[in-house]
Design a protein around this ligand. Structure first.
Ligand code: ACM
Length: 749
């Protein structure tokens, strides 16, 4: 890949000129700045325009700005340390501590554009904003509107992750990925370098890690949930040399991006065990894993293995100057430790009660090692199990629970909850999307993500460093598909992480994103088309008064709907304002704009009910849509979300319907959710008083699809009750501690 061509460019939005009056191009910056005061005039770029970098500490930023402006406009602006008129000027100002290390002020006047910052990172972000201010007149002039901006980020950790193990991504693409992060003012790239399916980083002391561990003799075809697994038998792999890694680290650093390397332990390490079987618990030779899922082959706890890990980490620390080193720690099956006499003897010697404590001891040891070398350990939230090492930080991926627990205990946290930040999930209708791992995480959902859990007081909330998006690549074989899954969701996340909470506005973001998409086009980013990503997705809502409204984010779109169960088309009834539907029914709607139709959206409404509430939930917490669902959609009105740290069952949920109804049955609608489970068997109990319960019916979903289809559990006979209890008995697929779905109630009218 030709890196030169991948440099960031700026936008080319034409400003319409009518007569001699210029219509102002609306300023459209993503992420939205903290404050902005538009002026009247324009700064026009000319051949003689120069970029002043008075301080040698902004030379890097000035020269990158010159390159980006050149790529966008063709103009060659010189950088200089001499002050003159018609300049773009970068200044570092010692007194501007109030902006923080990443903040800036940008003042564009007709004779100069000045960017002031306390540190070079701030100047760099000011330049990114400048590039987004650029537009071209119909006469071919490049200009910047006069404006005063003051801006700084909300969070310190604004990240994106990339798994290069399940599928290898070329070094050139990694640089493009970094460019895109920088453009969106992200500052962290989490590079997932080792896993069961491939070891991707050259380690000089252990050459077999890449000679053997970087290659597999086949790759799974199809989804991991398929009953029969298939493989392509094609030799596959790749790795980064240390030279390439040094170059990428320097490339990222110039763009103010810290690369956090991830070296997985004590699980997700089958590729290392394939290279050096003595690192495993069984001594048997294994190949690099070809299929998806979690390998049972984990590291043993012998001294030689710790020596190996410390040697590897020593080389890793030599390559990466990141304050944090990620050691994984997730999804560690303990079967082999249970059967390994050495591990059992070690537990006894150390007085450890179980294998979770052995894992905790393992991570503590590595934490001590990293701390001794002035680095901090970060790992997935399983590292909390059995006690967290004192200085360690946590990535909360199994929902928010781990993050809340860690922050309450005074540990730093990066929020990475699956339901909001796993961009390997579907972002649009799975029926029309390339195969993904599961899940359903729309652009809008990402935009509305709030990284600071409500459960944290301010003094604990300060431990939330930020959040990041995850790209796991089991079902993402090539760079283009990485871009498709990451964008535009990463753009929404960038705004979540940069922009003050009270400045966020989804409708406004959508307007800006339409302009921003042209910038992504210029950079050849294969983002998910905006009509699929949610612009043409109708939103069907029912208010408490029983009126239904349908909307979508393209103001000029026409919306068509049906009430008779048929698929809506442009011949169906056109939506012309809210209408009453107090007794409920099924609405299907489609939005059409410029002859393009978005997805058909279906909503079921029962009779209006306002007084249903959750009573008690044992280990079951309300899903994030619960509040909306109660108002809008009483028939499928509750979303449950299990977030258990142990696979203990059953989980229960009690619902008070407010008065007695005749209940005919219930429904379960799984939300396909990443590695999460799906309920296979559940029971519904009914009660007149919330005290005495009787079994009303069972749901047996042996053939359940991990999709959004509603599965009914019809009761043998209708039953009068005010209270309903839902008990999940058995789950399948993925991790047993988490499953997401909606529970509906069918009422006899
Ligand atoms: C993870 O998704 N296993 C961290």
């Amino acid at each position: 890949m030709n890196i030169g061509k991948l440099r960031l460019a700026a936008i080319t939005v034409c400003v319409i000129v009518s007569g001699c009056q210029m219509e102002r191009n609306t300023i459209s910056i993503i992420p939205q700045p903290v404050s902005m005061r538009p002026g009247q005039d324009m700064f026009v770029l000319m051949r003689k325009t120069t970029i002043l970098s008075a301080d040698k500490n902004t030379r890097n930023e000035a020269s990158q700005l010159a390159d980006s402006l050149n790529a966008a406009t063709g103009l060659h602006l010189r950088t200089t340390d001499l002050n003159s008129d018609y300049q773009i000027r970068l200044f570092l100002v010692d007194s501007m501590t109030f902006l923080g290390n990443e903040g800036y002020q940008l003042n564009a006047a007709s004779n100069a554009v000045e960017i002031r910052a306390f540190k070079p990172a701030g100047a760099f972000y000011g330049c990114q904003t400048l590039l987004q201010l650029l537009s071209k007149t119909s006469e071919g002039k490049w200009q910047i509107p006069c404006v005063e901006i003051e801006d700084y980020p909300r969070f310190r950790w604004r990240g994106m992750h990339l798994d290069v193990c399940r599928h290898f991504m070329p070094a050139g693409f990694v640089k493009k990925y970094i460019d895109l992060l920088a453009m969106h003012k992200m500052n962290t790239f989490h590079w997932h370098l080792t896993d069961d399916q491939g070891w991707r980083i050259e380690i000089k002391k252990y050459p077999k890690l890449t000679e053997i561990g970087a290659w597999r003799d086949g790759t799974q075809i199809g989804h991991n949930s398929a009953a029969k697994k298939k493989y392509d038998n094609v030799h596959y792999g790749g790795f980064y040399t240390q030279e390439q890694i040094r170059e990428i680290v320097a490339y990222a650093k110039a763009r103010h991006i810290n690369i956090v390397p991830e070296i997985e332990m004590p699980g997700h390490c089958q590729a290392a065990v394939a290279a050096y079987p003595e690192l495993g618990c069984t001594g048997k030779s294994v190949g690099v894993m070809q299929g998806w899922g979690v390998s049972e082959n984990i590291y043993n706890v012998r001294e030689e293995t710790f020596q190996f890990i410390e040697d590897v980490l020593t080389e890793v620390m030599g390559l990466f100057d990141s304050p944090f080193i990620h050691v994984g720690g997730d999804e560690v099956p303990k079967t082999q430790w249970k059967q390994d006499a050495y591990a059992q003897a070690k537990m006894k010697e150390l007085g450890l009660k179980n294998e979770e404590e052995l894992q905790s001891w393992f991570i503590h040891r590595i934490d001590t090692f990293l701390t001794k070398h002035n680095r901090r350990l970060i790992g997935w939230d399983e590292i909390l199990e059995g006690g967290l090492a004192p200085g360690a930080a946590v990535m909360s991926w199994r929902g928010e629970v781990g993050g809340i627990e860690a922050a309450k205990a005074g540990h730093d946290v990066v929020m990475t909850p699956g339901n909001y930040t796993y961009f390997d999930h579907y972002q649009a209708d799975p029926k029309t999307e390339p195969m993904a791992i599961g899940g359903f995480t729309t652009l809008e959902k990402v935009y509305h993500y709030e990284p600071v859990p409500a459960a944290l007081d301010a003094d604990k909330a300060k431990h939330i460093l930020g959040a990041q998006g995850q790209i796991w690549t089991e079902y993402i074989a090539a760079p283009q598909q990485v871009e498709y899954m990451a964008y535009p969701r990463a753009v929404a996340l960038a705004e979540v992480l940069w922009t003050p909470k009270d400045k966020k506005d989804y409708a406004d973001f959508i307007q800006r994103l339409q302009i921003h998409s042209k910038r992504l086009d210029r950079l050849n980013v294969n983002y998910c088309p905006l009509d699929k990503a949610g612009f043409l997705t109708p939103k069907i809502r029912r208010r408490k008064d029983g009126f239904v409204s349908i909307s979508c984010f393209v103001p000029s779109a026409q919306i068509y709907y049906t009430l008779d169960g048929s698929e809506p088309t442009a011949k169906s009834k056109q939506y012309a304002g809210s209408f009453p539907l107090p007794d409920g029914g099924t609405i299907q709607a489609v939005a059409v704009s410029d002859d393009k139709a978005g997805p058909v959206v279906k909503a079921n409404f029962g009779p209006c009910k306002k007084d249903w509430k959750i009573l008690a939930a044992d280990s079951t917490q309300p899903g994030e849509d619960a509040a909306n669902a109660i108002d809008d959609n009483p028939e499928t009105w509750w979303q449950t979300e299990y977030l258990e740290k142990s696979p203990a069952h059953p989980h229960t949920l009690d619902i008070d319907l407010g008065k007695t109804y005749k209940l005919k049955g219930a429904t379960y609608t799984p939300r396909p959710s990443g590695g999460n489970g799906t309920i296979k068997e559940c029971e519904f109990y009914a009660s007149p008083d919330g005290k005495t319960w009787m079994l009303a019916g069972k749901g047996l979903f042996e053939d359940i699809k991990r999709n959004l289809v509603e599965h009914p559990a019809v009761f043998e006979k209708p039953i009068e009750a005010r209270y309903l209890r839902f008990v999940s008995i058995r789950e399948i697929n993925g991790n047993p501690w988490a499953s997401v779905g909606e529970i509906g109630i069918i009422i006899e009218k």
